[in-house]
Design a protein around this ligand. Sequence first.
Ligand SMILES: Cc1ncc(COP(=O)(O)O)c(C=O)c1O
Length: 461
Amino acid sequence: MAFGSSALSFSHQIISSSTKHPTVDTKTAASSVVSLPVIPQTRPDSAALTINNPLSTVNSSVKTVGKKEILENIPGKFGKFGGKYVPETLITCLGKLEAEFNLVLHDSEFQEELATALRDYVGRETPLYFAQRLTNHYKNSQGQGPEIYLKREDLNHGGAHKINNAIAQAMIAKRMGRKSIVAATGAGQHGVATAAACAKLNLDCTILMGATDMEKQASNVVLMKLLGAEVEPVDGTFKDASSEAIRAWVGELETSYYLTGTAVGPHPCPSMVREFQSVIGKETRRQAMEKWGGKPDIVVACIGSGSNALGLFHEFIKDEDVRMIGVEAAGFGLDSGKHAATLARGDVGVYHGAMSYLLQDEEGQILGPHSIGVGLEYPGVGPEVSFLKETGRAEFHTATDKEAVDAYRRLCELEGIFPALEASHALAFLEKLCPTLPHGTKVVVNVSGRGDKDAAIVSQY
Ligand SMILES: Cc1ncc(COP(=O)(O)O)c(C=O)c1O
């Protein structure tokens, strides 16, 4: 597939360090996080979109909280995070996408088609599995400890949560009359999911992937090709593949669709991905009610850029008694300079079209992230996740490469389940969390994907 070469520069900049940890009221935060953008259910023409788009970030209201000013009740913004920091040429296109997204949210035909695809093609619902032996592993000498449940997103078609979003967005692309899809992938799971969705819906598919990632996740490259996708190597890793995919899309705006795999990018991308992943949390709430007649006490997920975590967390944001824990990649250690712990060590800036936390140097240059979980190697994180950190509604911790590998092996040995190395970061944090919890605490861990793609890496570690 030939793409135009128009260069698109997504600048990033450090915002003053005083914006790093403002305090915001949690209730305000929750209400603004959960509100979905509402726009008229007609397809506005592109001229109207640029002028009257009600989602425009220009129409912001400003509220003072303590000494801080935050923007709120602005669709597409989560506090000060998010937005559309893109060149003018992209605004119309993003406006059309917003319009279609808002249409499908209320379109019963689309919703039925999606529900059928999720059930019969993806294989939902995924089980909420009681991990008996892992639970036993965390019992203290008095036989007391938390109960560990696994949300089995690894059992989805394609082996990860990515298909929940890929199939829905491919359906949107089809409705918009797009003929081809372009996407970037790190671990290859989003690439496999997108290639599968494109095969099913008869769309051309091009996947951009970092050359080193292609070597590390070779089995997924084979799958993508078998599913009919063109896989194009990009110098570098996932962040470079993402930049290339956006550039490729900009060259073909009228016919091509950029299918983002995680909750980053300019509005409406983060909200769209979050919305399509939120099936994870909705199912979890219902399954928890069936299994123990209540809610989870704690939900835990790994943080790459935020889609599997938001998918699980979003349903529970208003339930203040549900603790939400995100686990980032500490790589070789937080002080090694080789990690992907954006929330722990990043500053606020603009990257790939949105404001969020970023790994950057003093001059605002992006720092290369590292994690053994290839899908966690991104220097940014989504705006909604950034907001959950800033408001304190969710807490964030880290796990190193070694801790993740140990967790991978532990789940294999105790439960006969091989988790993706990304998800292994969430499982790794149980080692620190569980000894602190009262007996019977119900902990749900999102097993965001399966780990056969990582088996060689783990066995050679
Ligand atoms: C299995 C799996 N889990 C997690 C992630 C991280 O992405 P996100 O934070 O968007 O869920 C990836 C990314 O490729 C992945 O493949």
